[in-house]
Design a protein. Sequence first.
Length: 163
Amino acid sequence: MSHSLVPITVDDLRSLGAIATADRVRFFARNPDTAALYCDRLFAVALCQGAALHYLDGKNGIKDLDVWSFYREHPSRMFPPRRRGKADFSDPKFGTSPDFEHFVGRRVDLIGRPIRADDVSDPIEVLRTYLRKKKTTSAKLLAQKAMVLIEPSEFLGTVVWPA
């Protein structure tokens, strides 16, 4: 799969945020038990991995767009660890994904993870601590590249990682 070198803009981050929101709404509608525990625990949404690195350096290229939603962990049950949504960026500016020929634009992978944190008022620090400690496979993988916030909206485009 070829990588797109087209720059990712703040408007693209907003579009990814809208895609993530729509995906969460559909996911929670299909999974009311998870919705009851997690729908009000979202504290951050971020562009991660290679596409986030491309947002920073303009050189890495975009294979796909990985958007992660982070939730305060619920004490009763983990967020479904294997949950991965897929969506169409719906704009061909970054090219298409050969493995998803029916998509107009690049594939967007939508992943959710819980983080054990009582205070998420500083989402940047919560996420940096999560990445620094590297206690989970997800944290280890995410720390290898980059993370750029999409939500909360007042932090749109803020680089979380590398710190």
